[in-house]
Design a protein around this ligand. Structure first.
Ligand code: NAD
Length: 435
């Protein structure tokens, strides 16, 4: 019989409640949203405590021989936040800004994201503190393989399945899959997603997150009674998510008036030819030197007078300091955690409709799920099938969250957390606590 986690005499005690919230600590930012949704759901205190803590946190030292013969030691993390609904799923990030707090937040977001789109995965995330732009391909390969070996005991198609994130890509996934397979003594394609198509990757995976952003942006525009045709859009981040979202929104008839990356941001009220900018970035690795627009700062990009703003770079770009200046009517959070908890209330007061990250960028993990299903079944789908099934899941999830937000008179972020937390907590109640 399932254990009853209800503790009737206890009220939820929120550790952060009377403490100063560091709005730029992503884990605290995630937790403050979690707390609000948990309170509205009247979550049982036992389950509340379970869901507030990551299941497993791994920190490893990764020695790597550099090309010049020196040995450098990097720090790597892998956090399994919650696996009650299925194997953990979450990307791996290579970046100098990676911290355990960030990885924990990203792993929790993965848990809620998989639950919002109702795919049978839990959430995890990994990261290595390094600057991949300063490393050779050989150094990156040795780093990736040694990191994989360091966390291999938790990896596996049934336990924890990585994917690409900031500064990791198909090639990195291929090295992880190969390293894992060498240890397993047979080829295990389903241990990672976001692999090259030639070795078990899914058609449409590379574009899936940006495509998902496009589907939910269209849904939101319809909901707000705004035409897609001619809607003006500013996109921050011109990597996998931002560039694809910009291209697909442009194909749907939107006018992309600003784009930006780490090196430069450009504004052109007449519209930027996104395909041309993508070609430029392929040749030059960044937007630096691209001249088909007026150079603006990344901060200015966020406050342009546009219909849609797509932050698709890193966390904490819309904060309590600049939220009042945001003029977009709709924000589609392509990145994870681009808006701080402090900015939420300001955006809501201004009547800005926010499609929260755990819904807006869930297209990537949804097609990762399709990839995992295809690998395990050994039968691969056409790109049209992938894209149609992605559209179905993204539009259904958008409508589920919208209907909950109307029912409880809360914003889309709170509704998405409520939906996710109720799905995860239901499974916890059914499973009970193993003792
Ligand atoms: P990416 O490395 O392909 O691209 C990141 C982009 O952001 C680059 O254009 C980079 O120049 C830009 N950037 C970095 N720092 C910046 C700064 N300070 N100001 C402006 N631009 C900056 O990464 P990605 O895969 O596109 O991921 C972007 C975001 O989307 C991350 O938050 C990631 O976690 C999230 N995300 C990615 C996926 C996916 O499938 N790739 C899925 C869900 C969420």
């Amino acid at each position: 019989m399932a254990t009853d986690l209800r503790l009737p005499t206890h009220k939820i005690v929120r550790p952060d409640k009377d403490r100063f919230l560091n709005e730029e600590n992503p884990f605290e930012a995630m937790m403050s949203r979690f707390d609000r949704a948990a309170e509205l759901l009247d979550l049982e205190p036992g389950i509340y405590r379970v869901l507030r803590n990551p299941e497993k946190q791994i920190i490893i030292s990764i020695p790597v021989q550099l090309d010049n013969g020196d040995v450098e030691v990097f720090t790597g993390y892998r956090v399994l936040y919650n696996t009650s609904r299925g194997p953990a799923k979450g990307g791996i990030r290579f970046d100098m800004q990676v911290t355990l707090e960030e990885v924990k937040a990203l792993a929790a977001w993965m848990t809620w994201k998989c639950a919002v789109v109702n795919i049978p995965f839990g959430g995890s995330k990994g990261g290595v503190v390094c600057d991949p732009l300063k490393m050779s391909a050989g150094e990156l390969e040795r780093l990736t393989r040694r990191y994989t070996a360091g966390i291999i005991s938790i990896l596996g198609p049934d336990s924890d399945v990585p994917a690409p994130d900031v500064n990791t890509n198909e090639r990195v996934m291929a090295w992880i899959m190969d390293t894992y397979s060498m240890h397993a003594r047979h080829t295990v394609t389903a241990v990672v997603t976001g692999k090259p198509v030639e070795m078990g990757g899914s058609l449409g995976r590379r574009e899936a997150t940006g495509r998902g952003c496009m589907f939910v942006t269209k849904e939101a525009l319809h909901h707000l009674g705004m035409p897609v045709q001619g809607a003006t859009v500013a996109v921050q981040g011109f990597g996998n998510v931002g560039s694809i979202a910009a291209q697909l929104l442009q194909r749907e008839g939107c006018k992309i008036t600003a784009i930006g990356d780490r090196s430069a941001a450009l504004h052109n009220p007449a519209g930027i030819d996104v395909e041309d900018a993508v070609r430029y970035v392929k040749q030059n690795r960044s937007l630096d030197g691209y001249t088909k627009g007026e150079l603006i700062s990344n901060d200015e990009l966020l406050t342009l007078d546009v219909d849609v703003l797509v932050p698709a770079a890193l966390e904490n770009v819309i904060t309590s300091k600049n939220a009042a200046k945001v003029r977009a009517k709709l924000i589609c959070e392509g990145a994870n955690g681009p808006t701080t908890a402090g900015a939420d209330a300001i955006l809501e007061e201004k009547g800005i409709f926010v499609i929260p990250d755990i819904l807006a960028n869930a297209g990537g993990v949804t097609v990762s799920y399709f990839e995992w299903v295809q690998d395990r079944g050994g039968y691969f789908w056409s790109e049209d099938t992938v894209n149609e099934r992605l559209r179905d899941i993204m539009t259904r999830s958008f409508r589920d969250v919208l209907s909950l937000s109307r029912q409880h008179k809360v914003n889309m972020r709170t509704a998405a957390y409520m939906l996710a937390i109720s799905r995860v907590s239901t499974v916890h109640k059914l499973r009970g606590i193993y003792a």
